[in-house]
Design a protein around this ligand. Structure first.
Ligand SMILES: *Cc1c(COP(=O)(O)O)cnc(C)c1O
Length: 420
């Protein structure tokens, strides 16, 4: 531990909540260097939807490396990239009637968001992006400008502008009609809102507190974008790759975004990889106009291809995630009822779930008590008011129940010291 404190920057974060040194990781479990197991309901913030070191994905990776296949190739053509693209087309795009082109913008989610924002601005010739309260899109300047969190924004050191923030679903009183404010601004030539290039939205806000946009709200947003010729960007970096059940979080709403960002679980193995997908007619990039040294990281494409083949060749994986999600929601509902004095309530969709507390500090305490009992979960929301569950989608029902048992104990311990 001393090594990290001496050498690693103060910027380090998660390790402060989990002050152990991790080493091995298999499926839904990680082990610290003393061999103590932890059930992982964090899953790399949604980068490990198929668990740690999934054996089939690992085999494909090891074979690729053992055979001296090309690892780094910028955006030169490679067999691994061709297989990934063909598999993505066959398994993901075609069955969903999506005619997207695929950009490899660089390895991180923020690269995918930056590319999406740049492309929307270039295509429309406009600069303003509409974002939503409590949205999270990454830490680079463009992505940070459309991110809500004031602490993270404060780190920018320069103005973050060309953004207009609107209320996310259910942000207001629930009686104000959806999009009243946005429509009013768009209709009023004196409103001061420059016509936006695009709207960027998460169907379920991950970092912002597991806030779920209803299918109806997403459809209305999509219609509004079409009506005013504004591009719709869905940031599916955390909620895509099956986190809410379907491969894309927006499928349930039946909408087709103009641009989609994917990262976190797209490699399936926790390897860095990101994609920006967009409608064919939006492909106005000049060659090399957006690039990145690590945009052709072939090992990630190899495991990404294998993950699509193994988990997405039919609907069964999505169905199992939805069923597990309902089970988790029901058990969280019991916890919420037990702690209603503290304003506890359940949020989420699929296997992105949260137990939110109106009373300050409780969710953080639940996460700390869970860690002490061998369960990793993080908090989310502007005040860390939500204990957030992102278990691997491959977690068994027994593992889910074991984690929820720990969480129930942790919640009882957390409220014991608090006064409602
Ligand atoms: C994690 C995340 C990002 C940023 O991805 P990085 O790899 O951390 O840059 C962007 N959008 C959403 C919705 C995310 O969850």
């Amino acid at each position: 531990m001393e090594t990290f404190q001496r050498l690693e920057s103060e910027v380090r974060g998660y390790c402060r909540n989990w002050p152990v040194v991790f080493d091995r990781a298999v499926g839904s479990h990680v082990y610290d260097e003393t061999g103590k197991p932890y059930l992982d309901f964090f899953a790399g913030a949604g980068s490990l939807n198929y668990g740690h070191n999934n054996p089939e994905l690992k085999t494909s990776l090891i074979e690729y490396l053992t055979d001296d296949r090309i690892v780094h190739s910028l955006d030169a053509y490679s067999v691994a990239k061709r297989e990934f693209l063909e598999t993505f087309e066959q398994i993901v795009l075609k069955p969903r009637g999506l005619d997207y082109k695929v950009q490899f913008p660089g390895p991180a989610g923020n690269n995918a968001v930056e590319a999406a924002l740049k492309l929307a601005r270039k295509y429309t010739g406009r600069s303003t992006i509409v974002n939503f309260t409590n949205g999270f899109h990454g830490m680079t300047l463009g992505a940070l400008a459309v991110t809500g969190n004031s602490m993270k924004r404060g780190g920018a050191g320069v103005p973050l502008d060309h953004v207009a923030t609107m209320p996310f679903d259910n942000y207001l009183d629930g009686r104000t009609p959806d999009f009243l404010w946005l429509r009013s601004l768009l209709d009023d030539s004196g409103s001061g809102l420059d016509k936006p290039a695009a709207v960027i939205v998460e169907a379920v806000q991950g970092e912002g507190g597991i806030n779920v946009a209803s299918a109806q709200w997403l459809r209305e947003l999509s219609d509004l974008c079409r009506e005013y010729e504004i591009l719709l960007i869905v940031d599916d970096i955390q909620m895509g790759c099956g986190r809410t059940g379907d491969f894309f979080s927006f499928e349930e709403a039946g909408i087709t975004p103009d641009i989609v960002t994917l990262s976190k679980s797209i490699s399936g193995y926790g390897l860095p990889m990101a994609l920006t997908l967009f409608k064919r007619e939006l492909d106005v990039w000049e060659p090399g106009e957006h690039n990145g040294t690590f945009r052709g990281f072939n090992p990630a494409m190899v495991t990404g291809t294998e993950a699509l083949r193994r988990f997405w060749s039919d609907d069964s994986f999505a169905a199992s995630t939805k069923a597990k999600g309902d089970m988790v929601a029901a058990r969280l509902g019991e916890m919420a009822a037990e702690h209603s004095d503290f304003g506890a309530h359940v949020r989420g969709r699929g296997l992105a779930r949260g137990l939110a507390f109106e009373q300050d500090g409780i969710a953080k305490k639940v996460a700390a008590e869970s860690f002490d009992r061998g369960l990793l979960l993080e908090t989310s929301g502007p005040e860390d008011e939500v204990a957030k569950l992102l278990p691997p989608l491959t977690a068994t029902e027994e593992e889910l129940n074991a984690g929820l048992d720990i969480m129930a104990d942790a919640a009882r311990a957390a409220v014991k010291v608090a006064q409602p």
